[in-house]
Write a protein that binds this ligand. Structure first.
Ligand code: NAD
Length: 492
């Protein structure tokens, strides 16, 4: 396979310095291919194209139905190539095929949702007290948007960023993670087939620094949309301060699941596991802290242990795989380091806690891992691990559950399971988190807002909020019958 190329000014081009970076299959660390590696100068060239495309048009002024038609066409092409997208994301990220197939379907649906939203009403009119004055607001695109995405949902995160950005008329520059560049190449081949104006939508491969940081620092970029780690989010905010860019950040989490004893025990068990082990736990909203009502704890724990030990951990491409490898050796080591710190903190290891010694040793696999009785200040309770590691705690009363659930610097998501509807509402309203579920977990809808409280970031993606985040609000006030003001006496 020749190296994956940037897509700049409507053409596939290599980075100027001619360097490439390999990308790997995390199931065995074999090389899948290489992507061109951009320097700051490559990013600046893309920004110049985007600036021209935005400032001179036609994309921002293309009528909404025409923008929508292109996005609908792109959605159809994604559906037609769904199996290849799923194969690439599974090979490159490691996640099981059933997950990457769902990502491909969601990505197409996301483009369709925002294609539809582009043609819906967006402005407002205001009563300003003078019948001769009409005041209204319209929503306009922000301009050039840098979109920096992580490796855990390579295609889906690209869709979450590009779909609303393009629907609203922005010129977008996507920077995928250097670990998972593969599916973006196919996406941009389809974008090329649809035919957007040159510079309206571009792809830049490269490292966080210099490629991502060049986007964040440039005064030619009007908005940065970022998904990734909280530490990186902080750097991006600082770099964006120079020209006071619009910034939306979707960062990490340490999400709580509160389980009351009236929950069906099988439902409780499956969601507890789904919450943390879907996507190998490499999911920003992973349910990594489980709070069980004390009266269900003794029955629940042995069932949880037995069920975790039956999880089929293997290659994502194998049909029966339920959990894949972590993204890289470095991540595997980081997660194993957290597990060691958990043991040292005095927490009790219920199950898992290691890699594998069979064929999986070549890959980055970590056993589904559960700790109980962890001290509240243990790193495994406080920090985002981004791996298949669950900390289980108990509570006696509703207030205690809420206090423990909120005892985190993060606030991305949370859930409560109970058959008592009033209690579910009380608990969920007190959770300091942006995405919450009652009696379910993880499910994400293109129609509904996604984003965090506290250090999980700010701004919202998806739904109408996600569209608004790619627009500026312009007030337009018109006098229907202008008359002299009489303000300057000298005018007579
Ligand atoms: P990261 O935040 O470093 O990477 C995410 C994206 O940001 C990548 O495209 C990367 O190239 C880019 N980037 C890195 N440094 C940059 C910089 N200075 N300026 C601009 N762009 C930059 O993620 P990571 O190192 O792979 O993971 C670190 C932690 O982030 C993980 O442990 C996890 O806690 C968290 N994470 C969260 C999500 C999420 O969905 N919220 C996704 C991935 C990682």
């Amino acid at each position: 396979m020749s190296a994956l190329l940037n897509y700049v000014g409507g053409k596939f081009v290599p980075a100027r310095a001619g360097r490439t970076r390999e990308f790997l299959n995390p199931a065995d660390n074999s090389v899948l291919g290489a992507a061109t590696e951009s320097e700051a100068a490559d990013v600046e060239a893309a920004i110049a194209e985007a600036r021209r495309a935005f400032d001179e048009g036609p994309w921002p002024w293309t009528p909404a139905p025409e923008r929508a038609a292109k996005l609908f066409k792109l959605a159809d092409l994604i559906d037609a190539n769904a199996e290849e997208f799923a194969r690439r994301d599974t090979l490159n990220n490691g996640k099981p095929l059933r997950e990457s197939r769902a990502d491909a379907a969601d990505a197409a649906a996301c483009f369709r949702y925002y294609a539809g939203l582009a043609t819906k009403p967006h402005g407002e009119t205001y009563e300003v007290g003078d019948p001769n004055i009409v005041s209204m607001s319209v929503r306009e695109p922000i301009g050039v948007c840098g979109q920096i995405i992580p490796w855990n949902f390579p295609l889906l995160m690209a869709a979450w960023k590009l779909a609303p950005g393009l629907a609203a008329g922005n010129c977008c520059i996507l920077k995928p993670s250097e670990l998972t560049p593969w599916s973006a190449q196919l996406l941009f081949q389809l974008i090329d087939e649809v035919g957007f104006p040159p510079g309206a939508v571009q792809l830049i491969y490269g490292a966080g620094d210099p490629a991502g940081s060049a986007l964040a620092e440039s005064h030619g970029v009007d908005k940065i949309a970022f998904t990734g780690g909280t530490a990186t989010g902080r750097k991006i905010m600082q770099a964006s301060a120079g020209n006071l860019k619009r910034v939306t950040l979707e960062l990490g989490g340490k999400s709580p699941i509160v389980m009351f004893a009236d929950t069906d025990p099988d439902v409780a068990l499956e969601y507890a596991m789904f919450g943390i082990f879907a996507g190998q736990g490499e999911v920003c909203n992973a349910g990594s802290r489980l709070f069980l009502e004390r009266s269900m704890y003794d029955d629940f724990l042995p069932r949880l242990k037995a069920a975790c030990e039956k999880i089929a951990v293997g290659r994502g491409l194998d049909d029966d795989t339920e959990m894949g490898p972590l993204i890289s050796k470095a991540y595997q080591q980081k997660v194993l380091g957290y597990i060691e710190s958990g043991k040292e903190s005095g927490a009790e290891l219920l199950t898992g806690g290691r890699g594998y010694e069979d064929w999986r040793a070549a890959g980055n696999f970590v056993q589904p891992t559960v700790f109980v009785n962890a001290p509240p200040d243990a790193k495994i309770v406080r920090e985002e691990i981004f791996g298949p590691v669950l900390a289980v705690d108990t509570f006696e009363a509703e207030g205690e559950a809420i206090r423990k659930a909120n005892d985190t610097v993060y606030g991305l998501s949370g859930a409560v399971f109970t058959r008592d509807g009033a209690r579910a509402q009380r608990v969920i309203r007190k959770l300091r988190a942006g995405v919450t579920w009652i009696n379910t977990f993880h499910f994400t809808f293109n129609e509904a807002p996604w984003g965090g409280y506290k250090q999980s970031g700010f701004g919202r993606e998806l739904g109408p909020h996600g569209y608004d985040a790619y627009t500026e609000v312009k007030q337009i006030t018109t006098h229907l019958a202008p008359v002299r003001l009489g303000w300057f006496k000298g005018l007579g």
